[in-house]
Design a protein around this ligand. Structure first.
Ligand SMILES: [Zn+2]
Length: 326
């Protein structure tokens, strides 16, 4: 509608009578843009308006997605006529309606629409929600740091990085299956390199091969000697690649009461970063790139367990101080 008005003003005065403005149709409240009010909301404005011209309609769907029932008409306040109430009448009405608040308790803005319940404007309500989500993220951050520290401290744990190398795509752009897998590992205790092999995933007679890759049989012994029987710490699907490249009885489970286990850290890394979008969604962490860099990342995470927490609690930091038990 705004576009049409703008086009008309550019083209000069229109000769034909202006058409009735289109009524927008919505399949639910989530679609309704801000600025459209119901009849009841018009009446609750600080300076109430009459429902003059319908600007939008909210419908209810049936299970086939057909609009079956009109839920409510919506109005644009600036195109609706004021009610007939005088200033004196509005003042008297305001004195009676003590539940209606037209000032945000937090930022002091003064909306024309009354603030129901807790008198907070939309922005302050949004900030309050984000702060709550940040506190929740903070708790998850502490937990992730403890989990990472625990994994790094396991005797003889290694950091595994296993990725597949694909062939260049076909001339038509179709992806080809991977040719090899590079398997690297560093010692979780000190970041020292323990293993770096590239295993071929295709037959030695295949037309496309990775020239740097060796047959799995040539390195299986070495890989098992380094990784076998140890807790494997990795990003997300490295053990899947490892299994594909080197056949061995690798540990199966992430949770073992004793003995070597599998520890995927991607989610912990994301939790530890605890970074949110302005919508409150968790921002996923990225792989640091190489096994020794992943080791550095994890040692930094683990170091925050004992680092003093930024807290105003005079009793000082501590994993359970001031926390509500769950
Ligand atoms: Zn506010």
């Amino acid at each position: 509608m705004t576009g049409a008005t703008a086009a008309a003003s550019i083209a000069g005065p229109a000769l034909a009578a202006p058409a009735a403005p289109a009524v927008a149709e919505y399949d639910g409240w989530w679609q309704v843009p801000p600025g459209l009010l119901t009849r009841a909301q018009l009446a609750e404005l600080e300076f109430p308006r009459q429902p003059t011209q319908v600007a939008g309609r909210v419908w209810m769907d049936d299970f086939r997605g057909r609009r079956v029932r009109l839920l409510v008409d919506l109005y644009r306040p600036q195109t609706c006529l004021p009610t007939t109430a005088s200033a004196a009448q509005l003042r008297a009405a305001a004195a009676r309606a003590t539940g209606r608040v037209y000032e945000c308790a937090k930022c002091g803005c003064r909306p024309e629409r009354s603030l129901a319940g807790e008198p907070l404007c939309q922005v302050c309500r949004h900030i309050q929600r984000l702060r709550g989500q940040q506190e929740e993220a903070r708790r998850a951050q502490r937990h992730a740091a403890e989990c990472v520290a625990e994994a790094l401290a396991e005797p003889r744990a290694v950091i595994l990085h296993a990725v597949r190398n694909g062939a260049p795509p076909t001339p038509s752009g179709r992806a080809r299956p991977p040719l090899s897998a590079r398997i690297r590992a560093v010692d979780a205790a000190n970041g020292r390199a323990l293993l770096d092999v590239t295993v071929s995933l295709v037959s030695p007679r295949a037309r496309l091969r990775d020239p740097n890759a060796v047959p799995a049989a040539d390195v299986t012994e070495e890989v098992i000697a380094v990784l076998g029987g140890r807790t494997l710490i990795y990003w997300s699907d490295d053990t899947w690649v490892l299994r594909q490249a080197v056949r061995h009885d690798w540990p199966q489970r992430e949770y073992a009461h004793q003995g070597p286990r599998l520890v995927a850290v991607q989610n912990w890394s994301t939790s530890w970063r605890a970074q949110l979008t302005t919508k409150g969604e968790r921002i996923p962490a990225w792989h640091p790139g190489t096994p020794d860099r992943l080791w550095l990342h994890l040692t930094r995470i683990a170091a925050t367990v004992t680092a003093p927490a930024e807290t105003n609690d005079p009793r000082g930091p501590g994993p359970t101080v001031g926390e509500v038990p769950e």
